[in-house]
Design a protein around this ligand. Structure first.
Ligand code: S3P
Length: 160
């Protein structure tokens, strides 16, 4: 079985994936990390040198070639291409729903993410555009503002 964790940057996908992996004894894969390894460069460098469009192509390629059963912590922008949604549908899709205010407080000191560098209004717009996309791609939605990653992992395990 494939379990895709989707949600905005800072929603806790990677941390939850780690806990869920122990909870249900299924390996987890970090999509961004796999792309970095395949390409031999950091995501931020990829954005700088080749642009966002190139990175989005790498995300699609990852999903197309994914064979193994695993928990997959996706990148926050995985839902922006309709093509990707059809790949996600091959698994169970969990949306970690975190409010804009909570995302901002979690990413306050983040300097690593290329799409968390612009104007606040631009970032908020991206969040608002993506929210309905996450919701419609999801098989289940977890409200994750105030829960610990362990609680979230247990909640997901109970919904499988
Ligand atoms: C992105 C989110 C990042 C990473 C890339 C683009 C996005 O992943 O894939 O920087 O478009 O939201 P995280 O959601 O793990 O931060």
């Amino acid at each position: 079985m494939k379990i895709f964790l989707i949600g905005f940057m800072g929603s806790g996908k990677s941390t939850v994936a780690g806990h869920l992996s122990k909870e249900i004894n299924l390996p987890y894969i970090e999509m961004d990390q796999q792309i970095e390894e395949r390409e031999g460069m950091k995501i931020s460098a990829m954005f700088e040198q080749f642009g966002e469009k190139y990175f989005r192509e790498m995300e699609t390629k990852f999903l197309e070639t994914l064979k193994e059963d695993a928990i997959i912590s996706t990148g926050g922008g995985v839902v922006v291409k309709t093509e990707n949604i059809s790949h996600l549908k091959k698994g169970f899709v969990v949306f970690l729903d975190v409010s804009w205010e909570e995302i901002c407080s979690r990413l306050e000191n983040d300097t690593d993410r290329p799409l968390w560098r612009g104007e606040d209004s631009e970032k908020k717009k991206r969040y608002e555009i993506r929210l309905p996309l996450y919701k419609s791609a999801a098989d289940t939605i977890i409200h994750a503002d105030t829960k610990t990653p362990q609680q979230i992992a247990r909640e997901i395990a109970g919904r499988l």
